[in-house]
Design a protein around this ligand. Sequence first.
Ligand code: NAD
Ligand code: TYD
Length: 363
Amino acid sequence: MTALRRILVTGGAGFIGSALVRHLVLEFGAEVLVVDRLTYAGDRRSLSACEGRPGFAFLEADVADLDAMRRAMEEFRPQAVAHLAAESHVDRSIAGAAPFIHTNIVGTFAMLEAARAYRDGLDAGDRDAFRFLHVSTDEVFGSLPEEGAFDEATRYDPRSPYSASKAASDHLARAWFHTYGLPVLVTNCSNNYGPFHFPEKLIPLVLLNALEGKPLPVYGDGGNVRDWLFVEDHVRALVTVLARGVPGATYCIGGRSERRNLQVVEQICDVLDRLRPAARPRRKLITFVPDRPGHDRRYAIDPSRIERELGWHARETFETGLERTVRWYLDNEWWWRPLREQRYAGERLGLPATGTSAARAVA
Ligand code: NAD
Ligand code: TYD
């Protein structure tokens, strides 16, 4: 990270974006402009440690607003763009895909166009050094059987409105590299978890429900597999790709931590029982609920390329990362309490209107 000191980060008020911005500002002293529309998933309080730091700036704007993105780049004059703004929740994409098309596809198009115009106006040295990092997901590859893992050569096979919109954005990003020479880097990562994770995703939702003695919803049979990546490991990977990745290349990022959903939920219960004992074991709260439509069975990433070529390795195991995550939520009620009370209380999202049937309690 020696060369890149001025970075524009979209989605910087979200879960991964805010972790990246905290890392860039607090560890590297980088100058950062956050561009974020502050949707339900964005929260400036996630950046409170950066507010007032020299070089930190925030612009509330829609990434799909091409004129605003052009102006932001001309005024801030970044050496790199890290594009993380997205609608990110599969269940919400099932309930309504329009915001996913707008932000993930039209928004990525606008960011690529704004970056291309801005870069064309730079002198030769700055033009060569400029980077556009497009942050994507392993969900673009579809669903795996019991064996095997996704890597950079895996064929695209998106199956949810969310993953289809991300796949479209990846294709646009690569097209801007091949057609216009924009120095694009694409990363496809597995499921992240850690501090400041909006409590709609499995780990923070279950953690907070368990803390409040509420049912812990497990979709289907709980046998779906995800490959968990601690968010700070992911952020180090993104910084590594920005600094040393080869333009035009893709890097798959994963934590080598596959778990079945039921295992994850049970492990959260056990860590909480140890750190904050309750009258009844939290596992008694586990409740199997109707499955997500089109639920991908298994994701797993083979991160050999980024490990071998760029020397990045995940530092956290799922056990150490989960312990850190649970402790963070126990210590930071100021962050999640208002979100649970004012934005999203944990009700089920993304079931077809007629598809509800009685939940089957396990305990
Ligand atoms: P998030 O939902 O926590 O945050 C998204 C951020 O984008 C929010 O701050 C939101 O306000 C902002 N945003 C949404 N629409 C916008 C718009 N039109 N203009 C400007 N800002 C807008 O998401 P996240 O989990 O931090 O994910 C970040 C990126 O990483 C996304 O591109 C996502 O697809 C990708 N990703 C996430 C995961 C994961 O496990 N969370 C896994 C793989 C890939
Ligand atoms: P999620 O956190 O929504 O991430 P993604 O769908 O992007 O993988 O879900 C992770 C897994 O957990 C997925 O298989 C769906 C499942 N899940 C539940 O079983 N219960 C829940 O309440 C949620 C939100 C997810």
